[in-house]
Each structure stands twice: as C-alpha cells, then as structure tokens.
Ligand binder design. Sequence first.
Ligand SMILES: Cc1cc2nc3c(=O)[nH]c(=O)nc-3n(C[C@H](O)[C@H](O)[C@H](O)COP(=O)(O)OP(=O)(O)OC[C@H]3O[C@@H](n4cnc5c(N)ncnc54)[C@H](O)[C@@H]3O)c2cc1C
Length: 320
Amino acid sequence: MAKILVFVEHSNGKIKRSAFELLTAAKKSGATVTSVAVGAGSDTLSAELSKYGSSECLFVKSADFNLYNPELFTGALADVIKKTGANIVLASASGLGKDLFPRVAARLGAGIISDATELSINGEDVVVKKPVYSGKAFAKMGFEPSAIKIVLMRANQLPIAEAAGSTQSTEFSPSQVGLKTLIKEVVKGTSEKLDLTEANIIVSGGRGLKDAANFKLVTDLADVLGATAGASRAIVDAGWVSHGMQVGQTGKTVAPSLYIAIGISGAIQHLAGMSGSKVIVAINNDPNAPIFQKATYGIVGDAFEVVPKLIEEFKKVLHH
Ligand SMILES: Cc1cc2nc3c(=O)[nH]c(=O)nc-3n(C[C@H](O)[C@H](O)[C@H](O)COP(=O)(O)OP(=O)(O)OC[C@H]3O[C@@H](n4cnc5c(N)ncnc54)[C@H](O)[C@@H]3O)c2cc1C
C-alpha cells in the first residue's frame, strides 16, 4: 500500500499553490496521504491541508526551521520519511526543493526525479514525464520498485481539487543533529510580487526593449494583469534587472498559465525555462524570431507601439 508524504512549502503560514497540486495528485491515487510543513506558522495549516486530502498533518514548529538550513532540514525530512514509512515523497521543484531533496535522497538511498511536468501514481508505481535537453525532448521515467520514490514537480502543472481528509495535526520533533553551519540572516530581495516559479501570469522583457528605462513597459503591463515580471539573460547581464528575474536554463524554470514575452528572441536557453507555460504570447518585430515557433499567439510589431495599447485595453476590460 502506498504511503505518500507531501512536503508543504509555505511562507509564514501562507501555503504555496504547488502544495495543493501535490496533495490533489496524492489523494487522487487512493494512497494514505500525510503532509509535513516546517517553520513559523506550520502549526496552523492542518484545517486547510485536510481540505485537499491530507489525513495527517505533521508540523515542525521549532524556530530553528524558520530559515532554510540544508543540514537541519535534511536530517528532519529524512527522519519524517523514516518514521512515517512513506514510500512516495512529493515536493515542489522549487529552489528549496531542488536543494533539499537530493540531500535527503542521498541520506536515505532513495530514488529522485526532479522537474517533473506529469505525474502518474498507480499503487506504488510512479511514472513521471520531464523535459530533457533544455526542453527539446521529454523523458518518461519510473523507479526501481523497492526504492523510496521522491518526485519534485514543477509548479502549475497539476489540477487542484478539494477532497475530504481529517484535521489530525501532530507536532513532529526531529532527532537533534550537530550542525556544522549556521544561518545567521537571510536578506530578502525587495520584490513583493509572487515568486516567478509560483506565478500564474508572467510578463517578461528582453533586449528588444533597447534600454533599462523601457523595462517599465513590462512592469506596467504586469501590474495591470496582476502578473510577475521576468527577464531574458541578455538584460540581466546588462544590469537592467536582477538575476532573480531571469527565466531560462541558468535562471528560473517557470510554468505559468500565461507567459508574455516582449522583445525576446527565443534562444534555446530562454525557451528551456518557459516552454512549459500553458499559453505563450510573443511580441517581436522580427517575424522570423524563434520565439514565434513556441508561441500560442504571436504579435509581429514594435513593442513600443503594441505594449502601451495592450495596457490600455487590459485596463478597460479588467476594470469592467
Ligand atoms: C550557457 C548559456 C546559458 C544561458 N542561459 C540563459 C537563460 O537562462 N535565459 C536567457 O534568457 N538566456 C540565456 N542565455 C542567453 C541566450 O542564448 C540569449 O543570448 C538571450 O536569451 C537573448 O536575450 P534576448 O532575447 O533578450 O535578446 P536578443 O537575442 O538580442 O533578442 C532581442 C529580440 O528583440 C526583438 N526586438 C528588437 N526590437 C524590438 C522592438 N522594438 N519591438 C519588439 N521586438 C523587438 C528582436 O527582433 C529580437 O528577437 C544563455 C546562454 C548560454 C550560452
């Protein structure tokens, strides 16, 4: 019988959308579903998590878990997996997930597949699909049957549906570990917007904007749509925007419902980070730009003419 553990990422008690996707997939499989969350606010999540099928919600409340420390988290998660007897572990392919779970897998001798975009759980059998070669192809992958199977899913790939669970909430106290590194402080960026990897709508700009000041076109459109702003590497390297906004092979991998690319050529390294988007709109004055091969809708035109019109029209439509 499969026992699934879902690692719930949250920010001071605000659960990330990706956790609901994972719980929905876990519950749909018919397995017993336990969730685990750590840090400040983790003890307040059980009512919400149980609505998506978590039968037991474990939390690790200790203030030591308020900041991510790889050593501490690895020990705790390995402990939770052992003690719950989970044979399938689902987590998000976020920065945190991709740093933490390979360590957990090494600690437990578990199998791990990251960046999954499709997931099928049939009893204890887990099959995933994931992009390879910078998104040029997809691989279908499974696990050796007796292994603990860890899957890191990309956000915004799975549906969310409520399903009855119970509200059993249990504090979990991981074994003490002798830490060799201590996190003193984490200085956060100034952006209050939703992180790119969680965003449902992204508006990204590239070198076609010509000058850093013109990136305002991107942020203005993003503001009207309630979107998060992203960027190509060309303008990150030019110092127009911070690296945290870079989408692509050496930036973030995103999978929003809507991705609007403005003045971005569509180099393979950029496509690697955003080709999983559901709808792609490209605005580019070169009809032969490679981005149009991936775009759902293409607008061949000058960004400086097209984007202000879009902002105006969206304002009218969305205000009504
Ligand atoms: C190892 C490696 C890793 C990389 N990782 C990344 C990565 O993570 N992310 C990433 O983005 N890139 C990455 N790159 C860089 C990538 O190869 C491209 O150089 C980069 O994506 C180009 O950025 P761009 O599309 O903004 O600029 P350009 O390629 O210069 O494209 C600008 C586009 O704007 C259009 N344009 C010009 N004027 C206008 C206008 N007035 N209106 C509308 N359109 C206009 C042009 O037609 C053109 O298509 C990587 C490269 C390497 C080698």
